[in-house]
Design a protein. Sequence first.
Length: 325
Amino acid sequence: MVKPPAGAETGGGQQIYFVKDVAVMRAALVNEFGGPSAIEYGTAPRPVPGPGEVLIRVAGTSFNPSDIGLRSGLLREVLPVEPPFVIGADVSGTVETVGEGATGFVPGDRVIGRLDRGGAAAEYAVAAAADLAAAPVSVPLAEAAAIPVAGLTAWQALFEHGRVEAGMRVLVNGAGGGVGMFAVQLARHAGARVVATASPRSARAVRNYGADEIVDYTRAPLSEAGPVDLVLHLVPGDASGPLELVRPGGRLVSITGPVAVPPGSPVETAHFVARNDAAQLAELVALVDAGAVRVEAAVRPLAEAAAVHREAEAGRVRGKVVLAP
Ligand SMILES: NC(=O)c1ccc[n+]([C@@H]2O[C@H](COP(=O)([O-])OP(=O)(O)OC[C@H]3O[C@@H](n4cnc5c(N)ncnc54)[C@H](OP(=O)(O)O)[C@@H]3O)[C@@H](O)[C@H]2O)c1
């Protein structure tokens, strides 16, 4: 069981960490940085919403590769969270209580959002009301937890950094993953022609998301995809292969690392880390409810969080996995 943070057992700490007659909750905790077994499915203090925040009864949190960095400590410089902490950046659930000054939501509202410092892999989580959007009505609430991190990343890659336009030929490199699921559908919705890389295990799903052409990256050279106007590079590692496919004046947007471009290259490149944007999240939700973007996720019990991390590190997780408390 996690130790309550310093001060929790004394004086005002009681007010901070215990609500009504329910003091604690089940949660997937990291008590010290480490491998998948550093995740303990245990008990944590139930959080209390501060000013501008709401308390959410969690329906689901989805696994993201960055959870591995958070758990292992590799992302410590970028996301300064010290153990003990609860993992989980994506949240879907129902507003339970509303903190002072939090506007836009009332108890009972179904919401989704992205928690930059985690905390969603639990029965309850707090979030800034300003970071949330109403959940889609057409998707089971737990599965809607697949949307925020992956959906916002795909949105910002395509519309902000990629400046996608109808008629462009877009390569989604790494379309089989969570970000790819949204990127393929959003690019198609924008009127682009989509060529996607996917291995056989993901080919059918990627085709169903609307990819016009699929290159099996385990068998065929990437050159079969080109030339393209825009590349979304969603896989870790060298981007020089996809860079060669971009037409002069085109762009390559990487979400996995900076891209080295030869001097004088006629190709524009960008690398970015996605940010919270509740308005974009609401637009994504509207597309989901309009049937333009499909959300697919395997839902598993939160108690399997460590197992999901183990499977992900072994490359055995495909698409989005939602953990439900
Ligand atoms: N910058 C940001 O803000 C940001 C945000 C979110 C994610 N990310 C990063 O972006 C990456 C993708 O995230 P994700 O959530 O989509 O991951 P994910 O769901 O784990 O998907 C990864 C997918 O990559 C595919 N893949 C692996 N090697 C490949 C290759 N050589 N060529 C083509 N596809 C390959 C696999 O597809 P198959 O099933 O087809 O084999 C796999 O399903 C991760 O590294 C993540 O950390 C960055």
